[in-house]
Ligand binder design. Structure first.
Ligand SMILES: Nc1ccn([C@@H]2O[C@H](COP(=O)(O)OP(=O)(O)OP(=O)(O)O)[C@@H](O)[C@H]2O)c(=O)n1
Ligand SMILES: C[C@](O)(CO)[C@H](O)COP(=O)(O)O
Length: 240
């Protein structure tokens, strides 16, 4: 039996985890129900997002960070929609940083790969999820980003100057990291400059690797984003 050849064919499989952050209140959406629960094509935003991760070949273990006040509502919605995808439900924190930190604390395997994804980006694709795990395994990090389609100007002291848009990237999620790197970064004190996971990891001294995102992977932030997301989901389902 060619044991050497066989062993060399098996790539070092690491456990994969996906942290879905849903601990926000959605103040910019101005709706009584936080935006992660709003129905898109008949199902809450959050269920669309979790399903994509569940269906990705990387098959991550899913951790959902949700404010404790909404755990009962989530259980009721899962029952109503017959939603049975396995996931660990934990409490969200005061900010996105604190929600991520709570979730990271649940993962003990320091060799794991951890993707962090906004619950309110339901249009992520399985291809991007898998590529992010692959790239993070190789480089330590994989942060999804797209080039700006608009021209860019920077305003300083009331004067605007044109910037080279080819050097500007708009950052999305998933943001995927080797666990040891991410855990060390999240031991830092919270700062208001931490707008995403890449900024936390970068501050800890690690290099960030960008991967190609998708302009369709929108973050549902304002009321008009619901109609845009529904149109994109309908388009996607017609393509299948
Ligand atoms: N304390 C928080 C705040 C935000 N998030 C999550 O981080 C993601 C991106 O945040 P954002 O779009 O800003 O969501 P909200 O904070 O809910 O929205 P807003 O800023 O308009 O209040 C969302 O999935 C949100 O639920 C979180 O897990 N915990
Ligand atoms: C993490 C993020 O989605 C990357 O674009 C974004 O930074 C979240 O920002 P927000 O201020 O919480 O909307």
């Amino acid at each position: 039996m060619p044991t050497t050849a066989l062993t060399s064919q098996i790539s070092d499989p690491k456990s994969t985890h996906a942290i879905i952050v849903a601990g926000g209140s959605g103040s910019r959406m101005q709706s009584a129900l936080p935006k992660q629960f709003i129905e898109l094509c008949g199902e809450p935003v959050l269920m669309h997002t979790i399903r994509v991760f569940h269906e990705s070949p990387s098959s991550p273990q899913i951790i959902l960070a949700l404010h404790a006040n909404y755990h009962e509502l989530w259980a009721a919605l899962c029952s109503k929609h017959n939603f049975t995808i396995p996931h660990l439900l934990i409490a969200g924190g005061e900010t996105r940083f604190h929600s991520v930190k709570n979730a990271i604390d649940q993962i003990t395997d320091t060799n794991a790969l951890i993707a962090i994804h906004d619950a309110v980006r339901p249009l992520v694709s399985t291809d991007i999820i898998d590529e992010a795990y692959r790239c993070a395994a190789e480089h330590g990090s994989a942060v999804t980003a797209v080039k700006s389609r608009d021209s860019i100007r920077q305003v300083t002291d009331g004067t605007s100057t044109s910037l080279n848009r080819d050097s500007i990237y708009l950052v999305q999620t998933p943001q995927t990291f080797q666990a040891a790197l991410l855990k060390k970064a999240y031991e830092q004190q919270y700062s208001d400059n931490f707008t995403d996971d890449a900024s936390v990891v970068e501050q800890s001294g690690a290099k960030i690797t960008l991967i190609e995102g998708d302009h369709s992977n929108i973050k549902i932030t304002f009321p008009q984003d619901i109609a845009i997301a529904e149109a994109l989901i309908n388009k996607k389902s017609h393509q299948l």
